[in-house]
Write a protein that binds this ligand. Sequence first.
Ligand code: CU
Length: 164
Amino acid sequence: MRLHPTLAVLATTLTALTLPLPTLASETDLSIIGAYVRMVPPGTPNTAAFMTIANSGSSNRKLLMAESPAAKRSELHTHINDQGMMRMRQVEAIEIKAAAHTELKPGGYHIMLLDLQQSLKEGDSVPLTLRFDDGSTKEIAAAVKKPQTVMKATDTPEHGAMKH
Ligand SMILES: [Cu+2]
């Protein structure tokens, strides 16, 4: 695909204008593995994104924010066991310790996508921007997947049946 020359110049100018300020921290310390968004039936307002965030650097990092054009709002959530009931709770940040990784997975940390702007089909790619405490950001694409491995409360009568 070729851009019309005028458009190409415009695109270049816009890119130059919107270039972020360089950050001192290296973005390469963090990598995102296996990002996916849980497919939900059409009309379902919310879903969640999961992934593993690995930190190969020597300082602790925090995920502070996530944004996606697929949802009106995104929140960082965890699950807590409240007297035997698993409840979701919003968190300020998700810590990714130095030389370690943090898993965002069903039943634990996740990125809650609220007020979906369109229904998500299996295989769709959902853009996500992740913002960390060192000022760095990561743009990733998470594939929409059927929730085969996602547990439902009704599927797990016993904790012993759970796999983690
Ligand atoms: Cu949630």
